[in-house]
Design a protein around this ligand. Structure first.
Ligand code: URA
Length: 222
């Protein structure tokens, strides 16, 4: 092997080690060609302390070619154990809500989170953890290239767009982020704590929002 080739390999190796350990090392757009490559790196990632205690890095589930991407907050215990997002009670409710507007969570959406490793005791991910993990989310969005992004809960909204407003204020309103159509929606865990389906209540509002998403998707598909 030529010296130049050896040097190139060495530099690539150093850079990939750095990007997995140093949150200040950027992960440039185009670093990954497949979701599998993102998964491989996330499983070895220590850009933040969440990597110390994970069972599995939780990358995504659903269809990586879907027109809709959903971003949540971060994995809980069941997600950590299974290596898949939204597979606990919140996830079951999310699937049901999607089905109510004829969206199937395996076929019609790709689901991911602001962070890919479980925060201890399911606490909210810290700003530095979200920042360290954000390049993976951005790469996932780039690969999926969704027409619509649903931001589930205030943490997801802030993680992606920086918008710090409360979710009750902004849910159901279309917003643009980096030229993409996004809608903040409630987090399903919030709906589990507020089970009334009466008009004006969170579950009812969520259903209104998902109907608006369905209508937008149908319009885009025309
Ligand atoms: N809550 C989230 O925000 N994400 C998950 O993956 C599970 C629960």
């Amino acid at each position: 092997m030529s010296e130049e080739k050896q040097l190139n390999l060495f530099e690539t190796d150093v850079n990939s080690k750095l990007r997995l350990t140093d949150p200040k090392t950027p992960i440039l757009p185009g670093t990954y060609k497949t979701m599998e490559e993102i998964k491989n790196d996330c499983e070895r990632c220590h850009r933040c302390d969440l990597g110390e205690n994970r069972t599995n890095a939780v990358i995504g589930r659903g269809n990586p070619q879907a027109k809709i991407m959903i971003v949540g907050e971060g994995p809980g215990q069941q997600e950590d154990e299974r290596g898949l997002p939204f597979v606990g009670r919140s996830g079951q409710l999310l699937d049901k809500i999607l089905e109510s507007v004829e969206l199937n969570s395996d076929r019609d959406v790709f689901i991911s989170n602001a962070v890919r490793c479980r925060p201890p005791q399911n606490r909210t991910p810290l700003v530095k953890e979200i920042a360290a993990c954000k390049p993976y989310l951005l790469e996932q969005i780039r690969l999926v290239n969704p027409k619509i992004i649903l931001l589930s809960g205030a943490v997801a909204v802030k993680a992606l767009t920086g918008d710090r407003r409360g979710i009750s204020k902004i849910r159901g309103q279309w917003m643009e982020w980096e030229g993409r159509l996004c809608m903040p929606i409630f987090h399903p865990a919030y709906l589990l704590r507020n089970s009334s389906k009466e008009p004006g209540q969170p579950k009812w509002l969520m259903w209104q929002d998902l109907q608006a998403v369905r209508a937008k998707l149908d319009e885009l598909n025309k």
